[in-house]
Write a protein that binds this ligand. Structure first.
Ligand SMILES: [Zn+2]
Ligand SMILES: [Zn+2]
Length: 186
């Protein structure tokens, strides 16, 4: 993703200098837990780069339009998420290679041939931006635990001598008739 490799040679020449960037680009596939994050259109980021004693301080915020699956009703919905980020990029010689943590940092946040790669930082921000159990709306009622219907679409309750239950039994019997091999089991 070459657009996200930024040349910082000019910045490093002058103490305390700053640059601002606006980026609109796609990121490599990112995952929240097992779920692939679906981004609609490019992500956008406003970024400030600042020289600080030979390092490059990067600050900004990422905005993306994502499609999420509601944790209650399982419907998909779109949400615009925003996440601030901040990172310091250093020269290779500034990392302590004895320390495994620093080795990892060096891979992601080193100034390499006067360039920095913003991809890992922005990917991290995207993952943080996405909520862990998203809800399509605050008061989503979810799916009925008995019949599986969407309670937002068809609000209902079941009581003990349930009238809907025979539907379920009938559906099961129908299924077993159509799949007799499943009925033979142990
Ligand atoms: Zn929902
Ligand atoms: Zn129900």
């Amino acid at each position: 993703m070459p657009a996200l490799r930024i040349d910082v040679s000019g910045l490093l020449k002058k103490r305390g200098s700053r640059e601002t960037l606006h980026i609109e680009d796609s990121l490599p596939p990112a995952y929240k837990g097992q779920e692939r994050i679906v981004v609609n259109g490019p992500m956008r980021a406003d970024i400030t780069l600042k020289e600080a004693s030979g390092t490059v301080m990067v600050q900004g915020a990422l905005t993306a339009d994502v499609t999420l699956t509601c944790g209650r009703c399982l419907n998909t919905f779109r949400l615009t998420v925003t996440q601030p980020f901040e990172e310091v990029f250093r020269r290779h010689s500034d990392f302590n290679r004895e320390d495994p943590e620093e080795q990892k940092e060096e891979e992601l946040f080193a100034i390499d041939e006067q360039k920095i790669d913003l991809t890992p930082m922005l990917s991290q921000a995207l993952v943080l931006a996405v909520p862990f159990s998203p809800l399509c709306e605050e008061g989503c009622r979810g799916l009925c635990s008995i019949c599986g219907e969407d309670l937002n679409v068809k609000p209902h309750e079941h009581d003990d001598n349930d009238e809907d239950m025979p539907d379920y039994k009938a559906a099961l019997q129908q299924y077993l008739k159509e799949h007799p091999q499943d009925n033979k089991g142990s």
